[in-house]
Design a protein around this ligand. Sequence first.
Ligand code: C6P
Length: 405
Amino acid sequence: MFDIQAIRADFPILNEKVNGKPLVYFDNAATSQKPQVVIDAISNYYSTINANIHRGVHTLSQLATDAYEVSRHTIQKHINAAHAHEVLFTSGTTHGINLVASGFTQFLKPGNAVMVSAMEHHSNIVPWQMLCERTGADLQVIPMDENGELILPAFDSLLAEGRTKIVAVNHISNSLGTMNPVKYIIDKAHAAGAAVLIDGAQAAPHLTIDVQALDADFYAFSGHKACGPTGTGVLYGKEAWLEKLPPYQGGGEMIKEVSFEKTTYAGLPHKFEAGTPHIEGGIVLGTAIDYLNGIGMDKIAVYEHQLLVYGTQKLSEIEGIQFVGTAKEKASVISFNLQGIHPYDIGAIVDKMGIAVRTGHHCTQPVMQHFNIPGTVRASFAFYNTTEEIDALVAAVKKAQMMLG
Ligand code: C6P
């Protein structure tokens, strides 16, 4: 059973007041709040086992190393990776995508292509543009329609050109909420000989992810959006791909042997984890994932879908509201505008009522260009939000409309 009051009690910040009003946190797509077990695990790490990992013979170092590697196994199980060494700790989705884009330099030549979609976050556009600049490859863009759904026949035709070496698309759009048909995209891309990276930043906190069932070559996500600490993330890569890719950074921990003549690299996953990592973050990301699994990803998905349906229905009662992103398959993200009012002004007024929403382009400027708008107001829900909080948002937006209209 999904006990929302018990879940809310796990998150101390939800008792905070903001501007004298109870906090309503609807900026979950930017970062999630943290349950007490995660907050405690951070303190516990520094109070009991803090040490550097993979290098010390002493007990603390071994305890920290063990905890770090246990977390890697937790994540492996969580996303159903075939091997723990296919799970790389990163600082977030951005880091993971840059690692792959950098590694692909050696696989591309002029005339080849990299494909992204029209609804990518800048993190899944710019690293590929930089790759294209380095290699002379072209950037192909899967277009989307007015609902914010990818136009799949156009994707098929771009692939048919036979030039695409890698396709990088998000599982869920952060500004539109669209859930993309990533299994279809992966299967088609593979049939055309292209690798696929899925940007799972907005999916991993909300859905059960099975990288083997998807057959994704790479799957990147951020820990801080999934109840874990800031500065944490995961890049899953198929063993065969990770073996082929060169190291992203050089330094300690990623080597087998170093001499001035030649350096040989460590095996997976260490080849990609140069330097002292975010040890506490990696360990506590495992705690966060255990917490999510304690509730159940399937239950989280069902409950958040109810919030999406309720929120869409309630907000649609506001006169002149324009939803941006009306795909059939959506996650719990609602982007909207009110006629004649700048999204920033709505965000600022509802903030005075304790309600946190994000306004602006959400690091997806091409999406805003597509809809010819400066930005949106975005309410993104998590499993600890409630329908009462949605009612508070609707009332606050109506008030803002009255004040600004
Ligand atoms: N989107 C949002 O408010 P990092 O910053 O590396 O943890 O995640 C980057 C990123 C990549 N892809 C998608 C689909 C994302 O949504 C994000 C982060 C936040 O929508 C901050 S801009």
